[in-house]
Design a protein around this ligand. Structure first.
Ligand SMILES: [Zn+2]
Length: 551
């Protein structure tokens, strides 16, 4: 039920310090390397060079009674022999090292002086870069200060001073780099601080910024596209934190009243209508989607439609499409993303991520009541596909929660944006296996469960011989899918160790329930079709199943 490997939004946090760069002295630690024997020696005037980003020339001295070669593989370092003298078998050489200006990030190099392949001396060089992130943050804050009349703010302590940025009023920086003065700006919180004017587009360049909270000021104009579509807003909804300005002030593209647009909330769209039988109901809805995503042809609709197509492209849902009523139920959340251990968010269904990889079907009765009231009928015996807006890659599903099957899976709108639309994946298909038909996971974990757990399985499931897709039996004649074994067209069906645990057996090598394929295996397809027949009040027949399944 729980599962999926996760990709987390990992935000790399880099360098930044105060706006006005203080001049730093270049460390030129001079250390003489001298061989203990007076013969066969090599003296290098410097072992380490650390540079600022500017172009620089430094001379180094070498005194040795050896011949040597120089290895320099860096195109930003030129080495020129300036002086070459010899006396009594001792060579004295002066080299001029010219370092180019660094236009990119901090870089390192090593120049090797080789006497023999095993006897070498190294000169290590480090040159600081432009610290692009720091400059970006600085420029954006200066633009923001000027554009919102910083001099008139109620509190503008330390702004534009040479004090470190983290000490500026309302600014929070990443904890990494704090001591070095290289932290990046993570939050701007200037609520009710007498800001007036407009928001500059440079705020959109602050790629470490996660919180932009400037409500209850006197701002107007347009919120720039770069700001609206910033890639890592986590706890930011235009209505709450930006658009909510003092009376008489509003943004032309995000009015505080218009933004929390509830007119689309509760809208029900029948995406697929059953043409056979009374129809099996699947309801697709979502949590953590703010009203800006919910409009006609917007992200919410695209993601819900994509989820349905994803499912209907998978057998047996594909061949049994005409048995399903599929509904889209629009639900507007006040905040973007569902709650997680770090942030509690105001979302319509209130779904919470338990940790980075896990969501639980908790509060299923409340969800049932909410969906029932929006759709206008009691959703008992229906399946709810809940798309949760979060960057964690995870899902969960289960069949009987107050007579409702639930398939939860994450599909974040930032993932949507980076893919420029909905991208097909196995998450909803796998969870539908759990939610619609009660299929079990077939992961091959490779470790053994407790004796109690094995016993629990034996008592509760396997002795009842439910048509499950895993078995504690290894005898091909006794597994629930025995009728597929040896059947023409089903040569891949057998008995394989490893369905959660080595003591449990599965029917095929690969399956979407094992998360290594995008299809259901034969026995899973049969279980799903049996469920379709049961819910539509029709008789199941293995012959009919095979007819369609063999196509
Ligand atoms: Zn699962």
């Amino acid at each position: 039920m729980k599962h999926f490997t996760l990709y987390n939004l990992i935000i790399a946090l880099v360098v930044i310090s105060a706006v006005s760069c203080t001049k730093e002295t270049i460390k030129e630690d001079i250390e003489i390397i001298r061989d203990t024997t007076k013969r066969n020696f090599f003296e290098l005037s410097q072992e380490n060079i650390s540079l600022e980003k500017e172009e620089k020339t430094i001379s180094i001295d070498i005194t040795t009674d050896n011949t040597f070669s120089i290895k320099n593989e860096s195109d930003w370092i030129s080495i020129i022999l300036e002086k070459d003298s010899a006396k009594n078998g001792v060579f004295h050489k002066i080299y001029k090292l010219i370092f180019k200006k660094n236009e990119s990030e901090t870089r390192n190099a090593t120049v090797i002086f080789e006497i023999t392949p095993v006897r070498t001396f190294s000169l290590r060089i480090s040159q600081r870069g432009r610290s692009l992130g720091r400059i970006t943050d600085s420029l954006a804050l200066v633009a923001f200060y000027n554009s919102t009349n910083g001099k008139d703010w109620t509190n503008n302590a330390n702004w534009l001073s040479d004090k470190p940025i983290y000490s500026w009023y309302g600014i929070n920086c990443t904890s990494t780099g704090m001591l070095e003065g290289t932290a990046r700006v993570e939050a701007i919180t200037l609520i009710n601080n007498n800001l007036s004017g407009t928001i500059p587009k440079e705020i959109g360049n602050m790629d470490s910024l996660k919180v932009f909270s400037i409500a209850e000021n006197k701002l107007n104009g347009e919120i720039p596209e770069e700001v609206v579509n910033h890639k890592n807003w986590i706890d930011w909804g235009p209505s709450y934190y930006v658009a909510w300005q003092k009376n008489g002030y509003k943004f032309s593209n995000f009015d505080r009243q218009v933004e929390y647009n509830t007119s689309e909330h509760g809208k029900v769209i029948l995406l697929n209508k059953a043409s056979r039988s009374k129809g099996v109901n699947i309801i697709i809805t979502g949590d953590g989607f703010p009203s800006s995503t919910i409009g006609n042809g917007g992200e919410f609709e695209t993601i819900i439609n994509g989820t349905m197509d994803n499912l209907l492209e998978t057998e047996p849902f594909k061949s049994y499409k005409e048995y399903f009523n599929i509904y889209m139920v629009k639900a507007v959340s006040r905040q973007r993303y569902i709650s997680d251990p770090h942030y509690s968010r105001d979302t319509y269904y209130g779904i919470t991520l338990m940790d980075v990889s896990r969501v639980e079907i908790s509060g299923s009765l409340a969800i049932k009541q909410k969906v029932s009231s929006l759709i206008g009928f009691d959703i008992s015996n229906c399946t709810v596909v809940m798309v949760v807006n979060h960057d964690a890659n995870m899902g969960c599903g289960g069949k009987n929660y107050n007579d409702v099957g639930y398939a939860f899976f994450s599909y974040s709108d930032s993932f949507y944006k980076s893919n420029k639309g909905y991208k097909k994946h196995d998450g909803p298909v796998h969870e539908m296996g759990h939610a619609f038909a009660g299929l079990a996971d077939e992961y091959a974990y490779g470790y053994s469960p407790s004796v109690e757990y094995l016993q629990y399985w034996q008592e509760n499931y396997l002795t009842l011989e439910k048509n499950l897709n895993k078995s504690i039996q290894s005898d091909p004649k006794k597994v629930p899918w025995a009728h597929f074994i040896g059947l023409p067209g089903y040569e891949m069906v057998g008995v394989f160790s490893g369905a959660d645990f080595p003591q449990f057996y599965r029917s095929e090598q690969k399956s979407v329930m094992k998360a290594d394929a995008s299809w259901f295996n034969a026995v899973s397809r049969e279980i799903i079709v049996k469920r379709i027949m049961e819910l539509s009040g029709m008789q199941y027949s293995f012959e009919d199943f095979l007819k369609l399944d063999r196509k």
